[in-house]
Design a protein around this ligand. Structure first.
Ligand code: BGC
Length: 738
């Protein structure tokens, strides 16, 4: 039933996203226009302006006199944040605000499942409503441009199609369950360093095809009700006062009818912001409070601009009904249904990178003693670093998950191996990249020698991958490479689990560990999901949503020398005060981030420039084998209909993610060697085969023409490549686009 509704809704919006002529898409936000006009007519200027800025840290005002409730916002993208004081980040320490910790963005993306993204959005909405919230501050969906990006774990993918399709699922899931989304961060917030003032210089084509495309999908195909303006500038203008981005592209071109709110503290002007299209300054009122009132009275901002911004807010308020105060917060936020969703997402997200000699799954009939090694085996990941985390009701760690699933079928022993990097170390500016602790290492090696198999839980944590700053390296922290090498000497049956939300340098692990998995910051049920995969209750089916480069310097922005940027003041001196954490006057700083790789982001770069990678985009192994056959690609009126057969030729039931890439042999413009155009997750019992149908819409083949400043579609030859990853292409077919 749910699936039917999802595809029906998605289908309706999809139609409208193709090139003209198409039926007009009508946003659900447009149902109450007359009523809203009446409300606006009754409002004083003061009441209107009161709506356009934060009331509390996470709410903006309604109009009590007219029975219009405040709008309540819920951070963040992967779990409903705990309650805080009205005007500070200090927690209120409630006993009912513990939420479900959902797997973070890149984990969701590794499922390559729009259905699971829908469930995820639905789960977030259910818990938001239990807490009386109207708008979820998510999905976070900037393109993962650099492997070191601090919020890579929050974002979805390096690819705009995968990001966009998942954001559509999340949005439909949330909004069909009564909570609005707020797509963030609009736009090009693809680095955390200097995010408060950096100017992203992006070509119109890369902007449209790569950075804006996922947002466009979520607006056009899922009718997203909210958007958060990013901290940074794009092509010279702050995102929160960027007329081109907000009023022109988002509203006029894409037909967005909802609200744009600023990122927290990311507003920089009054007249510029409100006329460019910003509805709400969050969380304070430095610009859209008194100053706005004065600007209207002085005639610098017209009444019609104010009315328009208020109308957009009222639309959201009308469609998203407030939760009555006596209904909200009556039960614990985290509920079993949502914990189940978190489990399902986690289970489908774990990526098996390598499995030499079939070391996995662990054969519990032959294995007596399992050594679990590594601080991350006992580390929770719901909170940490700067920025939104989740006060999780519970979180199953990898060690706990293994104990739950293995019980007394084998003996599990634990050694720390390394001490995890924590808040204290960070505060004292101790590097996370030191040598291993000799005593912990010796203990771990001894344990490895005595065991049948070693599960080394390596990777990052939320102090290392964090909002507000990018990493300086993708090396594994805390001496983990050396620990892995020593463990491998002690026991050849070494399984390495990399807990990470972003790419890591696996050059050493790759050499010493016959089996490697990526298990993400995987939410409340992460440990159980991981254990299910390790012992073979479930075959792994996650696929990488980004490339693991061999080394950091291979990745595009590093290879071109445009990241990291050197911060200089107007006189050309290098700023040292940022490092020393001194206050700086942002308005004086001019810092460009040149997006010189243009459209060649992620695998588009590696493939086109023929740079070898460690693990390609879309990669992920299974405990079974899949056979691909009978590919046909027919040009149809609306695009290309791809059909193929996939058979599970192994001995266990499993999911596979079928990926369709395309290249354009006769193109007149620069193109990547291949680009993802569509995908489908399928479940196959052992021995079963299924026909897979994927329709590639004509519109999916468009490119941004920088001469005409409009979308174009090149008709003609298309080479389709269908496979199990971007570099494991099983079938190809030449076809054409009408
Ligand atoms: C983040 C947003 C977040 C907001 C409120 C900002 O620092 O960039 O993503 O929603 O804080 O917590």
């Amino acid at each position: 039933m749910r699936k039917t509704l999802l595809s029906a809704v998605a289908g309706a919006f999809m139609l409208a996203s193709c090139n003209a002529p198409q039926p007009e898409r009508v946003s659900a936000l447009m149902q109450f226009e007359d009523e809203i006009t009446e409300i606006i007519n009754q409002m004083t200027l003061e009441e209107k302006v009161e709506m356009l800025h934060g009331k509390n840290m996470f709410s903006s005002a309604g109009v009590e006199r007219l029975g219009i409730a405040d709008l309540e916002y819920a951070d963040g993208p992967f779990g409903i944040r705990e309650e805080m004081e009205a005007h500070s980040w200090a927690p209120l320490n409630w006993t009912t605000d513990s939420a479900t910790f959902f797997p973070t963005g890149s984990a969701l993306a590794a499922t390559w499942s729009k259905e699971l993204a829908y469930e995820y959005g639905k789960g977030m909405a259910k818990e938001a409503r239990l807490r009386g919230k109207d708008m979820i501050l998510g999905p976070a969906m900037n393109i993962q441009r650099i492997p070191t990006g601090g919020r890579t774990y929050e974002y979805l993918s390096e690819d705009p199609v995968l990001s966009g399709i998942l954001a559509v699922g999340y949005t439909l899931g949330a909004q069909e369950n009564e909570a609005a989304v707020c797509l963030k961060h609009f736009a090009v917030n693809s680095q955390e360093n200097y995010r408060g003032f950096v100017n992203a210089q992006v070509s119109p084509r890369a902007l449209r095809e790569i950075y804006l495309a996922p947002f466009e999908r979520a607006v056009k195909e899922a009718d997203a009700y909210g958007v958060m303006a990013a901290y940074n500038k794009v092509n010279g203008y702050w995102c929160s006062e960027n007329y081109e981005l907000e009023n022109k592209i988002l509203r006029q071109e894409w037909g967005f009818k909802g609200i744009v709110i600023s990122d927290w503290g990311g507003t920089h002007s009054t007249v510029g912001a409100v006329t460019a299209g910003l509805n709400v300054e969050m969380p304070g009122k430095s610009y859209l409070g008194e100053a706005l009132l004065d600007s209207v009275k002085a005639g610098v901002v017209s009444d019609s601009v104010i009315n328009e911004r208020v109308r957009e807010l009222l639309r959201v308020r009308k469609v998203i009904k407030p939760v009555p105060h006596d209904v909200a917060n009556t039960v614990m936020t985290s509920q079993p249904e949502q914990q189940q969703i978190a489990y399902q997402v986690a289970k489908h997200s774990v990526v098996l990178l390598k499995n030499e000699g079939g070391l996995l799954p662990i054969d519990l009939n032959k294995t007596k003693k399992i050594a679990v090694i590594g601080g991350n085996a006992i580390q929770t990941q719901a909170l940490g670093g700067v920025g939104a985390g989740v006060k999780a009701l519970y979180e199953i760690t990898p060690l706990q998950g293994l104990m739950n699933r293995i019980g007394d079928k084998a003996e599990i022993t634990f050694a720390q191996g390394y001490k995890n990097y924590g808040r204290e170390e960070k505060r004292n500016q101790i590097s996370a990249y030191g040598e291993p602790d000799e005593a912990l290492l010796a203990e771990a090696v001894q344990l490895a020698k005595e065991s049948d198999i070693v599960i080394f839980v390596a990777g990052n944590n939320r102090e290392i991958e964090t909002e507000g700053s990018d990493r300086t390296t993708i090396d594994l922290p805390m001496g983990q490479d050396k620990i892995a090498a020593a463990l491998a000497e002690a026991n050849k049956n070494l399984v390495t689990v990399v807990v990470t939300g972003a790419p890591a340098d696996l050059q050493t692990i790759q050499k010493v560990s016959p089996s490697i998995l990526v298990s993400w910051f995987n939410g409340t049920e992460g440990g159980n999901a991981l254990a299910d995969i390790l012992v073979g209750n479930v075959s792994p089916s996650g696929k990488l949503p980004f490339t693991f480069p061999v080394k950091l310097e291979d990745s595009p922005a590093y290879a071109l020398g445009v990241y990291p940027q050197e911060l200089k003041d107007e006189n050309g001196d290098v700023f040292v005060n940022l490092v020393n954490r001194q206050r700086i006057d942002r308005s004086k700083i001019k810092l460009n981030a040149d997006y010189s790789e243009d459209i060649l982001v992620g695998y588009r770069w590696f493939d086109t420039k023929k740079v070898a990678v460690m693990y390609p985009f879309g990669h992920g192994l299974s405990y079974t084998t899949f056979d691909y056959s009978n590919l046909s690609a027919k040009a149809v009126k609306d695009g290309i209909q791809v059909t193929l057969t996939v058979a599970n030729t192994g001995k266990c039931d499993a999911d596979e993610v079928v990926q369709v890439y395309a290249s354009r042999p006769d193109s007149k413009i620069q193109r990547p060697v291949k680009e993802l155009k569509g995908f489908e997750r399928i479940s196959l019992k052992a021995g079963e085969s299924k026909q897979v149908n994927i329709l590639l819409a004509r519109n999916d083949f468009r490119h941004w023409n920088e001469t005409t400043n409009a979308w174009d579609i090149e008709t003609g030859a298309v080479k389709l490549m269908v496979g199990s990853s971007s570099q494991d292409i099983r079938l190809t077919q030449d076809t054409s686009l009408k």
